[in-house]
Design a protein around this ligand. Structure first.
Ligand SMILES: [Ca+2]
Length: 573
């Protein structure tokens, strides 16, 4: 039976078994077992399907705001239309703080949106958010892998600072502050639905709930102003300080995380084509071979991108009905690139450059396209500033609220001329369960990658083995992967196969002015020696300044952390 067929069967099994939307993240460490997924879901149910009888009144809420102001150093009230940061004081102004709706797709890459020029995928909601807000062309994840990418978003830190949280299928130690907790302390009603931080386990890190907050069945339930019973609602929070019992206190602003599992694999084969997409119109990324099978696979990916887009559109409609659309800061983005060879789990743009649009008409002039570099680890300090709070002291991300409110397009902040990315362990599909450590600096003209262990296989070991039916485990099982493996010796595939599946030198440099697709490594060419030296120095300076263990000679620790995904030794689960 083919891998694609198995994936579809697995998806149906889950739908019937748990009665939820397809939980694709289980397949992150392809292949895994149904039993294992259900066990992990059961774990979530035990830990997170808990209700608190604690009610939060309006007075409690306002008191919480006051306490938050004292302990967190509130700079003032961001109340429209007053200038941001202006202090107006008083509960009323605090109450008028904006809501935040954070919508994150799973494995959605730039530029796969119609507003970015893609002729096949249709993303009317993203286009609207971008058109009425700000579209960022150069938004990059910290790591092109679910868990560390989401950890960086929540903590506002580079993922290499997050210890175990720098790896896929890990835990996020409780000592790392996350923005939802800070907003909750300041009186915000917080929560998430579907995929938040993860995949991984909260408990080993000392947490009693997902770092994104309490879990809710959906956005409508989250918005209810009365306690919710008999539902997937998170617990009271660690240390007894949590206040969420599912109720939205009257007048409280909210911060909600909508984590779609789209367009993570597996896909329904030919779902895109059967919905009317034409394979001949697909623009195949240059790192992939041009074949009907790959084009069909891309259409299936697009089909799930569209499902995410449609669902976010429904959330916007809900906000409009409640009269809260225009004082809600809405963000649409993705956690890493598309799940295809040399894309996701790689530091090339198709792995790290994600769509990002921000809409907040109360304070942000729309209709703008910004070229500044933004890391998704900048979101946490941005959210905090938007809500009148200061970033936590350990955050390495930098608020881009000034860019949002500048009213400008193009290159706005000269300091935002570069971004950093990195990768530790994705799957455990190398001998010894080690990762493929890399770090990169991306500027407008160059992409420089440092591979710290060039003797290892970037995409996972090629061997067949008991851990999976095929090797190269860091590449999600897919029709495109299968096609490349089966045609690896053919002209038109051979070179691309080597780039995606083969080993790589310690340094890679791509001249984006001549090679925007990042296929020709010029790291060894003398005419680039000076540029390479400058980029390498800037990269290492940032890594050292932010105490990256990999740059301090202590990077092997990342390979020693437990891996909680499929195929992991029993004792580490
Ligand atoms: Ca992902």
């Amino acid at each position: 039976m083919s891998s694609a067929k198995l994936q579809v069967i697995n998806k149906r099994f889950f739908l019937g078994r748990v009665g939820l939307a397809p939980p694709n993240w289980w397949a992150e460490a392809h292949p895994t077992s149904n039993l294992q997924f259900c066990r992990s879901l059961g774990k979530i149910s035990r830990e997170e399907i808990r209700m608190s009888s604690f009610g939060c009144t309006r007075r409690d809420f306002l008191r919480a705001l006051g306490l938050g102001a004292a302990s967190l150093g509130l700079s003032g009230c961001a109340s429209a239309p007053a200038p941001l940061g202006a202090s107006r004081g008083g509960g009323k102004a605090l109450k008028e703080r904006p809501n935040i709706l954070f919508c994150i797709a799973d494995d959605w890459a730039w530029p796969h949106a119609s507003i970015a020029g893609d002729k096949v995928v249709k993303t009317p909601t993203f286009d609207r958010v971008a058109r009425e807000g700000v579209l960022f062309e150069n938004a990059f994840v910290s790591a092109p892998s679910c868990t560390p990418s989401r950890g960086a978003i929540l903590t506002g830190q580079w993922h290499w600072r997050l210890e175990e949280g720098g790896n896929l299928w890990s835990t996020l130690p409780a000592k790392f502050t996350v923005y939802p907790d800070l907003l909750e302390k300041a009186g915000y009603h917080i929560g998430f639905t579907r995929k938040a931080w993860g995949p991984g386990y909260d408990e080993p890190g000392g947490r009693t709930r997902n770092p994104a907050g309490p879990r809710f069945k959906d956005f409508a339930q989250f918005l209810q102003a009365r306690p919710v019973r008999n539902s997937l609602v998170g617990g009271a929070g660690r240390g007894g300080r949590g206040i969420s019992n599912g109720a939205r206190p009257e007048g409280a602003p909210f911060c909600f995380w909508f984590g779609s599992q789209d367009p993570h694999r597996p896909y329904q084969w030919r779902s895109g084509v059967e919905s009317g997409m034409k394979v001949e119109d697909v623009k195949v990324p240059a790192c992939l071979p041009d074949s009907d099978q790959v084009r069909t696979d891309i259409c299936d990916y697009y089909w799930e991108v569209q499902r995410f887009d449609t669902e976010v559109g429904e959330l916007l409609n809900t906000l409009k009905e409640k009269g809260e659309l225009d004082n809600t800061l809405i963000v649409m983005t993705g956690d890493n690139g598309l799940p295809f060879p040399r894309c996701k789990s790689n530091l090339y743009d198709r792995g790290t450059n994600v769509p990002l649009a921000v809409r907040w008409p109360a304070q942000v002039k729309g209709g703008r396209v910004v070229e500044d570099f933004v890391s998704l680890s900048d979101l946490a300090p941005t959210f905090l500033e938007v809500c009148g709070l200061k970033p936590a002291g350990d955050m390495t991300g930098r608020s881009f609220l000034d860019v949002l409110t500048s009213g400008k397009s193009g290159r706005v902040d000269p300091k935002r001329d570069k971004v950093f990315t990195g990768m530790e362990r994705h799957t455990d599909r190398r001998a010894g369960g080690v990762g493929y450590p890399m770090r990169a600096i991306r500027t407008h003209d160059y992409l420089y990658i440092r591979n710290f262990k060039p003797d290892r296989w970037p995409a996972g070991d090629p061997r067949q083995g008991p851990l999976g039916p095929e090797g190269y485990g860091d590449i999600d099982g897919s029709p495109s992967k299968t096609y490349m493996m089966e045609h690896r010796d053919e002209p038109g595939v051979k070179g691309l196969f080597e780039l995606a599946f083969g080993k790589r030198p310690a340094e890679e440099l791509y001249d984006l002015r001549k090679d925007p697709d990042q296929l020709n490594n010029v790291a060894d060419r003398s005419e680039y020696a000076k540029s390479k030296e400058k980029l390498a120095a800037a990269l290492m300076a940032e890594l050292k300044a932010t105490k990256d263990p990999r740059a301090l000679g202590k990077g092997d620790i990342f390979d020693k952390y437990p891996y909680y995904g499929a195929g992991a030794p029993k004792e580490s689960r």
